[in-house]
Design a protein around this ligand. Structure first.
Ligand SMILES: [Zn+2]
Length: 262
């Protein structure tokens, strides 16, 4: 009997030893799982860049962290939409409607003669939060004028007309056709004027190459941070393609600002 008891006792001891031997294996597996949960490996999405799997515990400690690293790493890209030659009767209000619906701020380089003709549109540009800038009074070639004439005959009358309507006196100008002598550039700068040209021409003014798909392709291939996009107030092509231009640039990660905010 004693042998029998001893036999049962030995079996229990062997069983306990076996259990004791197995425990560390289970515990270490559990530990590895815990580590994996705390530090998950990077996950690669099929159609996107590498993102880190969310860590709820870590996120609680850093509430300012964005939802994914992709958003955090996206550089801030700004672009300025600019509209020349307005205001005019047919398309300018439609452009303003589109910008309003999209919540986009833009810059309007206005022509003085048209400011006097369409004061309500200038007022609306200002009230909608757009920047109004100077595109001369008569849309003439400024390279044919003396420096004094450029200011007295072309720039000052336009800015005065804008100021009369809005209280804002523009000191930013874009020469019609981009035409300005070097000595005039220096003279205008010395007199406090900022000259803004453009870096991306949509060619919305050119009927041979202003089909919507041509303009969108130009945007897709020539966009860059800080781009100044040239468009015009007075053409049907611009109003047709503007919603798609805004959509395309948004998808590329751009924020819309005025030329002074670039
Ligand atoms: Zn122009």
């Amino acid at each position: 009997m004693q042998n029998g008891k001893r036999g049962v006792g030995s079996s229990i001891i062997v069983l306990l030893l076996l259990l004791a031997f197995m425990m560390p294996a289970d515990a270490s597996q559990y530990y590895i799982n815990e580590l994996l949960e705390a530090n998950p490996p990077p996950q690669v999405l099929k159609e996107g860049p590498v993102v880190r799997v969310k860590q709820p515990g870590v996120q609680k400690q850093t509430p300012d962290e964005g939802s994914t690293e992709v958003e955090e790493e996206k550089p801030l890209r700004k672009v300025a939409l600019t509209f020349d030659d307005g205001p005019e009767a047919h398309y300018t209000s439609r452009i303003l409607d589109i910008l309003q619906v999209e919540g986009v701020s833009a810059t309007f380089f206005v022509v003085g003669e048209f400011v006097a003709r369409y004061p309500k549109l200038v007022q609306r540009m200002y009230d909608d939060g757009h920047l109004i800038a100077n595109h001369s009074h008569t849309h003439g070639d400024l390279s044919l004028l003396t420096n004094e004439e450029i200011i007295a005959l072309e720039l000052a009358p336009t800015s005065r007309a804008v100021e009369k309507l809005t209280g804002f006196y523009p000191m930013i100008m874009r020469p019609p056709y981009g035409s300005l002598r070097d000595d005039s550039v220096r003279y205008l700068k010395e007199n406090g004027w900022k000259i803004v040209r453009w870096s991306l021409d949509t060619f919305d003014w050119d009927s041979r190459r202003n089909k919507p798909e041509q303009i969108i392709t130009r945007i897709q291939t020539q966009h860059h941070p800080g781009a100044i996009v040239l468009m015009h107030c007075n053409g049907p092509a611009t109003t047709r393609v503007l919603p798609d231009i805004i959509k395309t640039l948004r998808e590329l990660g751009y924020q819309f600002v005025t030329v002074t905010q670039l």
